[in-house]
Design a protein around this ligand. Structure first.
Ligand code: NI
Length: 274
C-alpha cells in the first residue's frame, strides 16, 4: 500500500461515518476549488500493542518522519506529527495516544479488554489504520469511559481510522482566509465547533483552525442502537515563517479545543441551536 492508497481508503472509511465531510468537499468543488488535505488525525491508547509507535510504523515505511511532539495535560494525551520526507504536498499525519496510567483502574480494564480482542497473529498490522473497531461494544462501558475521558469513549466506538481530514485554506482561490470559509459553511447549514471561539489560533501563532462539529451516526451496541458523534471536518490556514515557508506544525492549545468537536455535550449544545 502506498500513501495515496492509504489516504483514499481512510477517506472512504471516514466519509462513510461523516457524510457532511463528503458534502462539504463537494460544495467546495462546485465553486471550482481543488481541495487539498492538510492533515489527518488518528487517535489511540498508549498500550504497547497499539500505541503511536505501532501506528506510525507503516507510515514511516511510506516515507514519513516524526516532526513535532505535543502534550495535552488536561486530556492526558501525548501526540506526534509526521511529515513526508520528500513530498511536501503529502498530508501531515497527527497521531495522539491516551496516557492510560493516568486513569482509573476501571477505565484501564475496559481498554485492556477491548485490546485483548484484536487478532494480532492474523491481522495485517500495516493496515491497522483501516480496521476501525475490532471488538464488541457495550453501551454501559461507553458511558463509563465517557465520564472519565471523551477521547477514550470515542476510540472505544470507532477504533483505528481517521478522526478528521482537514481542508488547507491557503490554496483556495474563492475564499479570503478562514473566516470567509466559516461564513460560507454556516450559510450552507453546517454547524461549527465554537468551543474557545470558532477560530482557534492566530496569525502570530502561524496557524488558524476551525472545524465542524461531529456528525451523529447510529452505532450498534450490545444493548441496542444508539446515536452518537462520529467524526468532523477541519479547516486550516497556515502562515509563513520568517524563512518564507509555511508553518507545518500544530498548536497544542488549539488542538485541545478542536478535540472537543466529538464531545457529546458540545454536539448537543450546537445542534440545539438554530
Ligand atoms: Ni487537526
Amino acid at each position: 500500500m502506498n500513501k495515496n492508497e492509504l489516504f483514499n481508503a481512510l477517506w472512504d472509511n471516514y466519509t462513510a461515518m461523516t457524510p457532511s465531510a463528503k458534502l462539504i468537499k463537494q460544495v467546495f468543488e462546485e465553486r471550482g476549488e481543488i481541495v487539498e488535505n492538510d492533515h489527518i488525525a488518528i487517535r489511540t491508547f498508549n498500550d504497547p500493542r497499539v500505541n503511536i509507535d505501532v501506528l506510525a510504523a507503516p507510515i514511516k515505511k511510506m516515507g514519513y518522519v516524526e516532526k513535532g511532539t505535543y502534550k495535552f495535560e488536561d486530556k492526558k494525551l501525548l501526540a506526534h506529527h509526521y511529515e513526508h520526507a520528500e513530498d511536501e504536498h503529502a498530508p501531515k499525519i497527527f497521531i495522539s495516544e491516551l496516557l492510560l496510567e493516568e486513569f482509573s483502574e476501571k477505565l484501564r480494564s475496559i481498554v485492556s479488554s477491548i485490546l485483548d480482542q484484536i487478532p494480532y497473529s492474523t491481522i495485517d498490522m500495516d493496515s491497522l489504520l483501516l480496521k476501525g473497531r475490532l471488538w464488541k461494544l457495550a453501551f454501559q462501558d461507553y458511558e463509563l469511559l465517557r465520564k472519565e475521558s471523551e477521547y477514550a469513549s470515542w476510540v472505544y466506538v470507532f477504533g483505528f481510522c481517521a478522526n478528521h481530514f482537514t481542508v488547507l485554506v491557503n490554496p483556495l482561490k474563492t475564499f479570503k482566509g478562514l473566516e470567509t470559509v466559516n461564513t460560507f459553511l454556516k450559510e450552507k447549514g453546517f454547524k461549527l465547533n465554537d468551543s474557545g471561539g470558532e477560530i482557534k489560533g492566530t496569525p502570530e501563532q502561524l496557524l488558524e483552525q476551525s472545524s465542524t462539529i461531529a456528525d451523529q451516526i447510529s452505532v450498534e451496541f450490545d444493548e441496542g442502537v444508539k446515536t452518537i458523534p462520529s467524526c468532523y471536518y477541519e479547516f486550516a490556514n497556515r502562515y509563513k515563517m520568517p524563512n518564507g515557508k509555511l508553518y507545518t506544525g500544530f498548536i497544542a492549545a488549539s488542538a485541545d479545543k478542536i478535540f472537543e468537536s466529538t464531545d457529546v455535550s458540545l454536539v448537543e449544545k450546537v445542534m440545539g441551536k438554530k
